[in-house]
Design a protein around this ligand. Sequence first.
Ligand code: TXA
Ligand code: MG
Length: 323
Amino acid sequence: MKAEIGFEIERAKEILKSGGLVAIPTETVYGLAANGFDGQAVARIFLAKNRPNFNPLILHVADIGAAKSLTKDWPPLATRLAEAFWPGPLTLLLPRSKKVPDLVTAGSPLVAVRMPSHPLALSLLATLDFPLAAPSANPSGYISPTSPQHVFEQLGDQIPYILDGGHTTVGIESTIIGFSEEGAALLYRLGGQDIAAIEAITGPLAPAKKENHKPATPGRLERHYAPLTSFELGKIDQLIPQFKEKRIGILSFSKERPNVDSVHQRILSVDGDTVEAAHNLFRMMRELDALDLDVILAEKAPDQGLGPAINDRLHRASYDSRI
Ligand code: TXA
Ligand code: MG
């Protein structure tokens, strides 16, 4: 099988209804979607991605009502967040309804729900009478895809259809927010919805405790979003002399280095804009990864706007699983 890339919502719908997989665009990254009520269809996602089955999936819906119907409890703060940010790059973690298959939540009592802001995804969801379970459409651990071509290159042999929504706009995955027993908002994952806007509604966000995270197995997924090329995060100008004999690539936040071949450099945002940098991050990581370099040197984004979410991805990409 080799995936087709196209714009046909009807085609996507037929495949999904019969239990198959379709890659779908969202504003964050492409998702690998299946009928979220069909345990067998969901199992195919884990197989195609080679994803450990203790790592749960987000359910995508067309509106707030559909999200509520997947949950058992829906605190008032969830309504305020959904009304403020949906459709958009925010995922809410809430107690699950019995309708949700165990495999979707990896046995957790919580389910992750989100209404994506992409016209094609929303049109598709509106024609379905089930939610779409969809993780990012990359092999487990690799960089998330931000274009249909990225999906095709890595999962093209495993799925029949990729719905073409062009390049994603936001470029990094959704921010994930859950709630404490007292109803306070907790931060589970930094992402495309910046924290300052969320905190304007919730007040200061506390990080979710490690034991509430899925997967619970410590350390298993610390290396993530990772290119195949060795990836070093630090002060680029100090790192360059350490790799003198090597073919190096540069993933810079905003400025070009005059002493390195510009073909081997990518600049996330010449204007130093963290939203533009997030949009470019995964595409540029893939481009550098394709250049057959010995090492990619990267530096952190400033700690504002989407900077912390970008830095989270950079840290995981540089995490050395051998030590
Ligand atoms: O922007 C996004 O969120 C993209 C697009 C496709 O929607 N999706 C995405 O899915 O990033 P994925 O599977 O690559 O990452 C989802 C994260 C995982 O880290 C997973 O552990 C967490 O959400 N998650 C999902 N359900 C959960 C649950 N019930 N409890 C705790 N964490 C959960
Ligand atoms: Mg992912």
